[in-house]
Ligand binder design. Structure first.
Ligand code: AMP
Ligand code: MG
Length: 432
């Protein structure tokens, strides 16, 4: 092709969102829907900016035998919602019936939904979710950067990742013949970075092979994202306050920026109003017992327990001071509650459950080794981190916030697999 050849498609194509009442139309779009109502033909076009329905008053024959999801270049005229097609060029012809209904992909059929995730994301509903998710991450970043936190790029693999996973398994790979793990969480790396910049965060992807049974919770993925912060010399109460303010800021900003989407998805959403109520783990266990839910001794609250607690409140609620034996090796024991950590979970209300997990970190080498042994871990696998602790790490506190869980809550989605492109869900493989 000569350098002077014209581009194959119009340079100045119009976006559907900019097409108003009257005028000339030149666009490229997907055929989202095509149906007869009586003797009138309605064409719904979709592009990256909008979905629009037109009544076709001229050029109907050009649409004959064109299946939905075909990509067409349309030239014509629009008057109100009436479209006169002058010219139609087929850019990609779809093969016919789609394996999933893109206008309404049913998330309750999780096998199909995840198998065809590459088509599901074309649905207008999914596209709106992606937009909201972008703004959630954007405003969380804006908030943290405004508070002096520096964002770093997260690692993906390491010889040792976080072992405190509540029954989930880590995934492994190899590098130059050595066994590596994919990041289940970046906790140790956060502590290392906090030794440099003091206030840091990652937007980190984590992978975990969740027990297949966790599909039922509707809030577990095998690949998810944490906004993961660490703050040197801060206490657990400092970071809890930071998390409260960050949630309020982020949700308020998104409610404003994505007003019409939130009104469509979740009209009852309220921005949270800190400070949130806090229960200690022991208080939560008692409260659950009153409601007929038992918690196994020395263990985290059960999924059912979390769901029940989260259903009792209409604001987020903190649970603090979990038993030492129930959680990761990296939490520090609370002087005010021996046998318990200085740690916390934030439960979202209305049954949405845990969204934030964090606490104050153990930074003393001998205590870290003691805790690793208590958890049945082999300390030699954590050699780089122990070498670092031998040199010295600052006391710090931090937390991780699950982005897909927050998206699910903000949009009132029934299932977390509606809150991420290309979901990997417990017990189902292979998926894209
Ligand atoms: P954890 O260290 O397991 O407590 O994870 C920290 C945060 O990441 C949690 O509070 C959740 O918001 C999120 N998270 C953890 N596991 C999952 C999962 N399987 N699917 C989605 N989000 C998760
Ligand atoms: Mg947790």
């Amino acid at each position: 092709m000569s350098a002077k050849a014209p581009p194959p498609y119009p340079v100045k194509r119009m976006c559907l969102k900019d097409i108003d009442d009257v005028g000339h139309l030149l666009t490229i779009a997907w055929i989202h829907d095509l149906k007869w109502r009586g003797d009138e033909l309605f064409l719904t076009l979709r592009d990256g900016t909008a979905v629009k329905e037109f009544k076709v008053v001229k050029g109907r024959e050009l649409l004959k035998n064109l299946p939905c999801e075909s990509i067409v270049q349309v030239k014509g005229h629009v008057k109100k919602d009436e479209l006169k097609i002058e010219e139609l060029k087929v850019i990609v012809k779809a093969p016919g019936k789609m394996p999933i209904d893109i206008r309404n992909p049913a998330p309750e059929d999780v096998e199909r939904f995840t198998k065809y995730s590459y088509l599901v994301l074309r649905s207008p509903r999914y596209a709106k979710m992606l937009v909201v998710q972008q703004w959630l991450v954007y405003y969380a970043r804006e908030f943290l950067i405004g508070r002096g936190f520096i964002e770093a790029l997260p690692p993906m693999i390491s010889p040792c990742s976080d072992p405190g996973l509540r029954g989930a398994k880590k995934l492994r790979t190899r590098l130059y013949g050595y066994e590596y793990e994919l990041m289940s969480s970046v906790i140790m790396f956060k502590q290392a970075l906090a030794s440099s910049l003091e206030r840091i965060f990652f937007v980190a992807r984590n992978v975990r092979e969740e027990p297949a049974d966790n599909l039922k919770t509707g809030r577990h993925l095998c690949e998810f994202t944490q906004i993961d912060i660490e703050w040197a010399f801060a206490s657990m109460w400092d970071v809890m306050k930071l998390a409260e303010e960050m949630l309020k800021y982020t949700i308020e900003k998104v409610m404003d920026r994505c007003k019409s989407i939130i009104e469509e998805f979740n009209p009852d959403l309220k921005a949270p109003s800190p400070p949130f109520k806090a229960l200690t783990y022991e208080e939560a266990v008692e409260l659950l017992r009153d409601h007929g839910v038992e918690t196994p001794k020395g263990k985290e609250l059960t999924q059912e327990g979390e769901r029940v607690l989260s259903s009792m409140f209409d604001e987020p609620i903190w649970i603090t001071h979990y038993p030492k034996t129930s959680r990761g090796f990296y939490y520090i024991e609370a002087p005010e509650a021996p046998g318990h950590n200085r740690d916390f979970n934030l439960l979202l209300p209305k049954g949405y459950g845990e969204v934030i997990d964090g606490g104050e970190r153990e930074y003393r080498l001998d205590k870290i080794i003691e805790r690793l042994k208590l958890m049945g871990e082999d300390p030699t696998r954590y050699s780089w981190f122990l070498d670092l602790a031998r040199i010295g790490i600052p006391p710090s506190a931090g937390f991780g916030l699950g982005v897909e869980r927050l998206t699910r809550y903000v949009l009132g989605l029934k299932y977390i697999w509606e809150a991420v492109p290309f979901p990997k869900v417990p017990g189902i493989a292979p998926t894209p």
